[in-house]
Design a protein around this ligand. Structure first.
Ligand code: SF4
Ligand code: SF4
Length: 432
């Protein structure tokens, strides 16, 4: 039977009820010198040196940009160790021993309203660049590059849809700090020269809509609206959210800015607010631990914290005799990692710990559910077959590069075929 699936269990209801445990005082903080977008990097501090909160400790280098690394505590540089980063790779990390004084670099004083008002577009872009801000929804794309667009921008979209199951960090942010999101949106609008701002959230989050609209009463001089979009997956994918929230259809490979739109995750906008108002980089973020292999908990933790510390604080693993599967991020698009020795970075939102169960793939029953559910309208089953046959031309003809790795095809497959993994492999095979 052919089924088109768009609604998936989101696993957020129970997580949202849990209190947020503060853990901003880890004794050692770890800072990856490289990451998936920046394969090279170097530090600019020596062993034994004392650093302060917000101090630059190195630079990560990407293909066309550089990203400063900042200390999130004050303390002593004590060396390097390898740990797993957001991409699941083992990378060199600089270690800072926390002195628990949290002394902030003297130059990082708050800007006054007048100083913020007087900032030019170029200055705002430079502030965001200096803060090393990247897309916190998972893209990790440098935020200043988007803001510095030469295209005329009509509207900035604050994307608060957070479609992935088990993720609640954007939800927690909008519920607790709505004005930080709105201020960040206003600064992004000014940096991009946009007159209009739209905050997109899921229709079912009535409480967020109320909270944001209440906060917006204080911003009567701005054209900012809260718009709700459908509760289906993968709503939050920028092309779909822009279509549903703004009514603008953008072809998948087009630059959004060419259509007068910029899209930022709400946590990224809160990061812009922190950089502009407080001259600070991202120091902390919300993160959740979930899954049947662990006591579920929400944390607010400092960037650089080891996830294994959070696991310990959550009471360790349940059913210790059962091997665990770790997923960094959400269950649909997250990265599988083999251990919990993971450093929390700007883009770490969640660790899912599952008791391992044996999933045996069965033969395809040609139900076409994967094809009908695919949001970019490609044919996962045909691509898998072409990949198995190492038929590069067919893989390209079937447009595997359109795949956004949303995980829906794997989710709907009655034969438990991990189609998304085949899409990833087929994509990289087609590029060789
Ligand atoms: S993972 Fe790719 S192929 Fe599968 S449903 Fe999502 S977009 Fe389509
Ligand atoms: S791969 Fe799975 S979902 Fe797709 S047609 Fe075959 S059985 Fe159905």
């Amino acid at each position: 039977m052919i089924t088109k699936t768009r609604c998936i269990p989101d696993g957020k209801k129970e997580l949202k009820k849990l209190p947020v445990v503060m853990h901003t005082d880890a004794p050692y903080l770890y800072y990856p010198v490289t990451n998936a977008r920046c394969p090279e990097g170097e530090t600019c501090v020596r062993g034994g040196q004392f650093v302060k909160v917000g101090e630059v400790i190195g630079t990560r280098k990407g293909a066309f940009f550089e990203q400063p690394m900042h200390s999130t505590v004050s303390g002593e540089v004590v060396g390097y160790e390898k740990h797993v980063d957001q991409s699941g790779q083992l990378v060199d990390c600089l270690i800072i021993k926390n002195d628990f004084k949290y002394e902030v670099l003297e130059t990082l004083t708050d800007r006054t309203e007048e100083e913020i008002e007087a900032l030019t577009r170029e200055e705002l872009v430079q502030i965001v660049k200096d803060a090393g801000l990247v897309g916190l929804g998972g893209s990790a794309f440098p935020t200043y590059i988007k803001l510095a667009t030469k295209h005329p921008i009509d509207v900035v979209l604050a994307n608060g849809v957070e479609c992935e199951p088990n993720l609640i960090s954007d939800y927690a942010l909008m519920m607790t700090k709505p004005k930080r999101v709105i201020d960040g949106l206003i600064y992004a609008m000014k940096a991009a020269g946009a007159k209009r701002g739209v905050i997109a959230i899921k229709k079912k989050y009535k409480e967020i809509k109320e909270r944001l609209n209440f906060a917006l009463n204080e911003y009567s001089g701005y054209d900012i609206q809260v718009v709700t979009v459908g509760n289906y997956y993968p709503q939050g994918w920028e092309i779909l959210t822009i279509k549903d929230a703004l009514g603008i259809k953008i072809p998948q490979k087009d630059l959004l800015a060419k259509h007068g739109v910029l899209n930022f995750n709400v946590s990224t906008l809160a990061g812009i607010e922190k950089a502009v108002r407080h001259r600070l980089p991202i120091l902390e973020r919300y993160i959740s631990l979930s899954g049947d292999g662990i006591e579920n908990k929400n944390f607010r933790a400092r960037i650089g914290t080891l996830m294994s510390d959070l696991v310990e604080l959550a009471g360790g693993y349940k059913d210790k005799e059962i091997p665990k599967v770790f997923i960094l991020g959400g269950p649909m698009m997250g990265t599988n990692v083999t251990q919990d020795d993971i450093v929390m970075t700007h883009t770490t939102t969640s660790l899912i710990v599952q008791n391992q169960v044996e999933l045996i793939e069965e033969p395809c029953v040609h139900c076409a559910s994967c094809v009908y559910s695919c949001p970019v309208e490609i044919q996962p089953v045909q691509i898998m077959n072409a990949f198995k046959a190492r038929d590069k031309d067919t893989i390209k003809m079937l447009e595997v590069d359109k795949c956004i790795e949303c995980g829906l095809c794997s989710f709907v497959c009655p034969s438990k075929i991990h189609l998304t993994e085949y899409m990833r492999k087929a994509k990289s095979f087609a590029k060789k």
